[in-house]
Design a protein around this ligand. Structure first.
Ligand code: AMP
Length: 279
């Protein structure tokens, strides 16, 4: 059984013991309902660090939609069983009061890369992420933090955060893990009905096609418009955005010499899906 820690004091005591022996610590922050995408991060941390902790915390501060928070899947026992297959050394799964005790008033607030796309659609989301990531790094004394490309903008936000606040943590970005039909794994996918699940892979297929077309010389705008059309025809209720952006700043980019990323968010079957790919 992998130990599950509930308090910062226990987490710190464990981490300090490891540090005293000169061991490196990798931390994988998650919100639980784990799948192979999360496990790929934990396995990478396992390969690169002496010690690995996965955190499971559904962070209320990063939810702009109370309904989404309420419906967020929780499955700690199953998560612990999956993490035992990696295995990680410990799980940190604190209650909300441990992370945000009475009197908590500090927020890490970011502009720039945190503003467009997800920042625009989900006001306050990235301040919530930046705040909890700063806290998790501080609580755990992490040497490395592992984050997925699946949440590309979040990864850029965390890279910027660590630089701006001189946090002594190396941020490692990991490839998106997909289902066989291309759908990016996500904890929210289990909310899809069979019908929604059948439509969902069209998101990845449509942006892949658009990226291919752009690389082949088609106009960016046209390729993106076609991708949105494909998704609506497949039964997506709403395409929130499909954008070609500078991969690091997330600002609009028509400079093909800089790394660019196509990012999309869309609703199918009442579930909001996001995905992104290099262009
Ligand atoms: P979450 O539990 O959704 O907050 O995700 C925790 C971490 O796992 C984040 O760094 C995500 O980017 C990463 N992650 C989620 N889904 C995937 C995936 N399909 N492939 C790779 N990483 C992922």
């Amino acid at each position: 059984m992998i130990p599950i820690l509930r308090t910062v004091a226990d987490l710190r005591a464990l981490a300090r013991g490891w540090k005293a022996k000169g061991e490196t610590l990798g931390v994988v922050p998650t919100m639980g309902a784990l799948h192979d995408g999360h496990l790929s991060l934990a396995r990478r941390a396992r390969a690169e660090c002496d010690r690995v902790i996965t955190t499971i915390f559904v962070n209320p501060k990063q939810f702009n939609n109370p309904e989404d928070l309420k419906k967020y899947p929780r499955s700690e026992e199953a998560d612990a069983a999956l993490l035992a297959t990696v295995p990680v050394d410990a799980i940190f799964a604190p209650p909300v009061e441990e992370v945000y005790p009475d009197g908590f008033i500090t927020t890490v607030s970011m502009t720039g890369v945190a503003q467009p796309l997800e920042g625009h659609m989900r006001p306050g989301h990235f301040d919530g992420v930046a705040t909890v990531v700063t806290k998790l790094f501080g609580m755990s004394l992490a040497d490395r933090g592992y984050f997925g490309h699946k949440d590309w903008q979040q990864l850029q936000v965390v890279l910027r955060l660590v630089r701006d606040l001189n946090l002594p943590v190396e941020v490692v970005g990991c490839e998106t893990i997909r289902e066989a039909d291309g759908l990016a794994m996500s904890s929210r996918n289990i909310r899809l009905t069979a019908e929604g699940r059948a439509k969902a892979p069209v998101l990845y297929a449509a942006i892949t096609r658009a990226a291919d077309d752009i690389r082949a010389g088609h106009a960016d705008r046209m390729a993106i418009r076609e991708a949105a059309e494909t998704m609506r025809e497949a039964g997506f209720e709403r395409v929130e955005y499909i954008e070609l952006r500078d991969a690091e700043t997330l600002m609009p980019s028509d400079d093909p010499r800089r790394p660019r990323r196509m990012l999309a968010a869309a609703w199918v079957d009442g579930v909001r899906l996001i995905d992104n790919i290099p262009v």
